[in-house]
Each structure stands twice: as C-alpha cells, then as structure tokens.
Ligand binder design. Structure first.
Ligand code: PLP
Length: 360
C-alpha cells in the first residue's frame, strides 16, 4: 500500500506552484538590498511577495516582517511588543509561544472543549493592568478555533494588545488580521517551504527587533531575506483552498466511533479546522499507536510533532481537563491533497492497529 500522509499540521506537502516559484527565484543572482539592476530585480520579487501576502490578510505590505517561520514571528511579537505589559497566554498555546512568553507569563484557562475561557480572560485582563494577550487562532493538536472576535473585543475594552498565532489557519479557512494587533504566519503549514514565515502588524506598531544587523525589513529583522522561500510562500498562498476536507475528516470521526465507541474525539463539539481530528483511544499510549500506524504505512502524530521527535503527554489535552487520556491521543491532520479514499484507507489501518494492540 502506498504511504498515507496525515500529518499536515506538522507540515503540509509542498504545492507544485511553490516549488516552481522557488526554482525560478533561485536563479536570480541579486541581493534585495543591493542597488544595482540585479539587486533591484530581487527587491521587486521581495516586495511583490510582501504585498501579495499582506493583502491576503487585510494588511499593508509595509506592516509585514519576513521571519524564519512561525516560531520567530511569535517571538518577535511577544518579546518585541510586551515592554511594560503583562503577558497573558492561552494554556494550550504552541511551545513557541509559551517559550517566548517566559515563566512570568500568566496562563489563560480553556474550557473542556479547548476554546479559550472568556470569563477567565476577562478576569485576567481586569487584574493585569497593561497587557499583551497571545493566543492561537486554531490549535495545532485538536484543530479547535478560539473565539477570536470575542477575545479581540475584550482586549480592546481593557486596552490590551492582542497577538494571534495564526500558523494553522491559512490554506484551511479564510482569515485576516482583523481587530488583532499582530498575526504570526508560517509558510510550511500552507504548502510553502519550511524556514520562512511572517509577522503582520497593525499600522503604527513597531516591535523591538530580535535580530539587528543590516537594517533589512525596515530595521525590524536583520539578515538577508530568504528570497526563494519567500517567493514559494507567496505562491503557496495564492493556491485555491482545498475543498471537502471536513467531509473526509468527519468520515474518519464517524468510522472510528462506529468501530470503537470508547474513542473520545477531543474538541469535537466545538468549531474546528476542517482537516484536523484528535482521536483518544483510552488505555493505549499515543506513541504505540503512532508507531503501529507508521508500520502500516500511515503517518500521524502524537499531539504536537514540533518537539524533535519527542512524544509526551499533551499539555493541550491536559489543560482541557483530560487525565491519563491525554497520553493516548493521536492527531490526524489531512493535507491539501488528501484523496477521496483517505477515510477508507485510514480506517482499515486504524482497525488493524487496534485489533493487534488489543490481542497483545
Ligand atoms: N504555532 C503553531 C500553532 C504551530 O503549529 C507551529 C508549528 O508546528 C508553530 C507555531 C511554529 O512554526 P514554525 O515551524 O514555522 O516555526
């Protein structure tokens, strides 16, 4: 059986359009900061990509800072905008956000469906004084969508800045900067290359840079821009959004429940990304499930895959109130090019895995 790749939230397969755009730009010799014709040609590619990406999210090109990915975009926003402010972060944030926020940050609780607890946010904002709130638009493990508009309204009422980690949204659901102050993006989660991302800013906001040097990115991020990767980022973003992923995902959810009613689907009662489901098989360690599925040709992950191959209990599920089950969840995340037979192939492999593990 050919391999079935269902780990798109770790990274999406590259879009052919992105690969083609990168190959073309790799052949350009110039540095976008050089003044000669070659440099100006490279600058044109950079600025066109900047404008195109910013426009997709309702922002201006001059308010977009290219970074090395989502991790750096989150760090630039959180470290660069939080001077004199208390940092409040969602308990289910990605480690990139938790690490940038640091141990002094206050954790915002989530409800049992994984969405941010708005009463908890309001209480924290009242107590905090000047604050910066950092939350994700969509969770990478469960796919749950936070109520971003209500969060933004509360932040505005209390004069707090709002940073959104939107790394998992583009290419799956329409999204824009809207009432937020900043937004982190990562190209490899939307069919572009790994190692490039962006921070979008509300006009007038100027984060203190993490990297200084040659004054690139209007002094907000030193270092020669990764031009081929940036071209691939813009090309991937211009691809049409895949259709029908929610139908395939729902067929997986229903199939698994029919085979094993004891399975718990995390956040299934809340709005979720159309491509993501988190399946808890009580009593079977996530790592065992991932390895068994991998041996049958199916790639999924245990919670977040972003921690260099480590598999441990999901802090996301723990924050939602799960106990031992938090160590028994696999994340199935469908890529943009998932075929119509994905549910059938996955369910066959999943049932084989379950019967084998049960027989041990
Ligand atoms: N934020 C979220 C929600 C993510 O899922 C990830 C990657 O898994 C990141 C941030 C980090 O992005 P990058 O891999 O581009 O550094």
């Amino acid at each position: 059986m050919p391999r079935l790749y269902l780990d798109a939230n770790a990274t999406e397969p590259m879009r052919p359009e992105a690969i083609a755009a990168m190959a073309e730009v790799m052949a350009l010799p110039g540095n976008p900061s050089s003044v000669h014709a070659e440099g100006r040609a490279a600058r044109r590619v950079l600025e066109e990509a900047r404008e195109a990406i910013a426009a997709r999210f309702g922002a201006r090109g001059r308010d977009l800072v290219f970074t090395s990915g989502g991790t750096e975009a989150n760090a630039l926003a959180i470290r660069g905008l939080s001077a004199g402010r208390r940092v409040l972060v969602g308990a289910t944030e990605h480690p990139a956000v938790l690490a940038a926020a640091g141990s002094e940050a206050e954790m915002l609780p989530v409800l049992s469906d994984g969405t941010l607890n708005l009463a908890g946010l309001e209480a924290a904002l009242k107590a905090a004084g000047p604050a910066l709130v950092a939350v994700m638009a969509a969770n990478n493990e469960t796919g749950v969508l936070h109520p971003v508009e209500a969060i933004a309204e509360l932040c505005q009422q209390h004069g707090a800045l709002l940073h959104l980690d939107a790394v998992q949204m583009p290419g799956r659901l329409p999204f824009s900067l809207g009432p937020a102050d900043s937004l982190a993006l990562s190209a490899h989660k939307l069919g572009g290359p790994k190692g490039v991302g962006a921070l979008l800013l509300r006009p007038g906001l100027d984060p203190a840079p993490l990297l200084t040097g040659g004054g690139q990115e209007s002094g907000r991020r030193g270092g020669t821009e990764a031009l081929p990767a940036i071209a691939g980022f813009a090309a991937a973003l211009s691809c049409p959004m895949p259709e029908g992923l929610a139908t395939l995902r729902d067929a997986i959810d229903e199939g698994v429940k029919a085979l094993a009613p004891e399975v718990i689907i995390a956040s299934s009662g809340a709005p979720r990304l159309p491509n993501t489901t988190s399946l808890i098989l009580p009593g079977v360690a996530a790592e065992t499930q991932v390895i068994a599925l991998d041996l049958s040709g199916v790639a999924v992950s245990a919670g977040a895959a972003c921690s260099s191959g480590k598999v441990r209990q999901s802090h996301v599920l723990a924050a939602m109130g799960f106990g031992a089950e938090a160590a028994c969840a696999i994340r199935v995340s469908l890529p943009w090019n998932a075929g119509a037979n994905t549910p059938t192939l996955f369910l066959e492999a999943w049932e084989r895995m379950r019967s084998r593990l049960r027989a041990r």
